[in-house]
Design a protein around this ligand. Structure first.
Ligand code: CTP
Length: 398
């Protein structure tokens, strides 16, 4: 809930401005007050009348409005808010914010404030991918501006790719997270993700195909509910999510140490595909091929990070969740795994041939807990992550 919170909403000039009408409604439903500010360009896309009708407040548009200066100066306007939200944040606004320009009311407010800022970029794919925009994004993030989206998808200009503004409910979740108002506010959660790499010699290693997609989606969903997430990741192929503390590791042993260093935590979710074995003696120099002789590798067992944390006495997180990838007897195997490892829940993935789970967009999971088994319908992996984050919030009393 956002009861008692005031959001200063700066609406930029892009086609996504129409989504702000829904955003205002969603914010007010949650108890927030919305002070709307529109740029001149925004008025080309939505009318100030619609915005003020939904916000229940007058729209601020002019920097040099003497009447308002007498009542409340622009500096004051930006400071009474708990959060400044820029949506849609156009390429032009991003550039001005990153460069510190203050030529109109919106940019002056952003410069004059010490209140946290969240922006929801929206623009054409090429504009988003342009080096100047990416430079501005990095500068804004370095300045402490939180960013939500953009999402991939069909765009109003007919192209496809990243650039669509985040949906109103995603922006609401990001606002709640930024204001520490989500159900997981104040909860610290460790998430492991991606593969591990076990070296053979200085140039070779053993690893697996884990992309880190599942762990990344779970961390994103937890952050959206307000959690503080420590994201311990192997060399994954997808980038880590925004808003988490990223700890990069290579081997299973590194991952165990990083997880132990991140304790105490309220919950730990082990989504990483950890190598079960490592090479017992890592060669110090590159192994050379000798004609006719094949090398023999001896293996040693890696620590089981999930079992180690699940079975620790003092300092064990209140909720420990493991994953299982099964092709047969999915639930029975997951139940046995839960007992063997000592964790609270197992999220069992059905990866049998024909399910399309590996490399696909959807997943069919069963949540095995001490109370029984929940069979979730087939759904998108991001939805699995969101539903799991909700279940974690309920279990932690959020
Ligand atoms: N795990 C871990 N440390 C390991 C191995 C696994 O933390 N050294 C965690 C994984 O992150 C995952 C769960 O344990 O949460 C998977 O258990 P695992 O025994 O590896 O199961 P599967 O990969 O499903 O393989 P198997 O069926 O062979 O047991």
């Amino acid at each position: 809930m956002l009861t008692g919170k005031r959001i200063l909403l700066i609406i930029g000039g892009g086609i996504a401005a129409y989504k702000c009408l829904d955003l205002i409604r969603r914010l007010r439903e949650r108890g927030a007050a919305v002070t709307p500010v529109m740029t001149r360009a925004a008025e080309e896309f939505v009318t100030p009348l619609s915005v003020s009708a939904l916000a229940g407040e007058e729209v601020h548009r002019d920097l040099f409005d003497l009447t308002k200066e007498a009542e409340m100066g622009h500096i004051q306007l930006s400071r009474v808010a708990d959060l400044l939200v820029v949506a849609p944040c156009t390429a032009d606004l991003m550039g001005k914010m990153a460069g510190g320009l203050a030529g109109d009311l919106a940019t002056t407010l952003l410069m004059a404030t010490d209140t946290p800022v969240l922006c929801a970029p929206a623009m054409n794919v090429r504009m988003w991918q342009h080096p100047a925009t990416q430079r501005n994004l990095a500068q804004l993030q370095a300045d402490g501006v939180a960013v939500v989206g953009p999402n991939d998808g069909d765009m109003a200009c007919g192209e496809f790719g990243p650039g669509r503004m985040a949906e109103p409910l995603e922006i609401v979740a990001a606002i709640e997270a930024r204001l520490g108002a989500g159900p997981l506010a104040g909860k610290r959660i460790i998430v492991t993700s991606g593969p591990t790499q076990e070296p053979i010699d200085p140039v070779r290693y053993i690893s697996n195909h884990s992309s880190g997609t599942q762990g990344t989606a779970i961390a994103t969903a937890l952050v959206a509910l307000g959690a503080e997430v420590v994201f311990v990741t192997g060399p994954a192929s997808v980038p880590p999510p925004q808003g988490v503390q990223v700890v990069r590791i290579t081997t299973a042993q590194d991952m165990l140490e990083a997880v132990q260093a991140a304790l105490p935590a309220d919950a730990a979710i082990f989504a990483a595909a950890v190598a079960d074995w490592r090479v017992a003696q890592v060669a110090e120099s590159k192994m050379k091929k000798t004609r006719g002789a094949l090398p023999t590798l001896e293996f040693a067992e890696n620590p089981d990070i999930l079992a180690t944390v699940a079975q620790m006495g003092d300092g064990r997180p209140g909720l420990v969740v493991g994953f299982a990838a099964e092709t047969d007897e999915v639930v029975a195997n997951a139940q046995a795994k839960r007992a063997r490892k000592g964790c609270d829940w197992i999220v069992a993935n059905d990866v049998a041939t024909g399910t399309g789970t590996f490399g696909g967009a959807d997943n069919t999971v069963h949540i095995v807990t001490g109370d029984g088994v929940e069979d979730w319908p087939r759904m998108a992996k991001a939805q699995v992550a969101e539903r799991l984050a909700q279940r974690v919030a309920e279990a932690l009393g959020g």
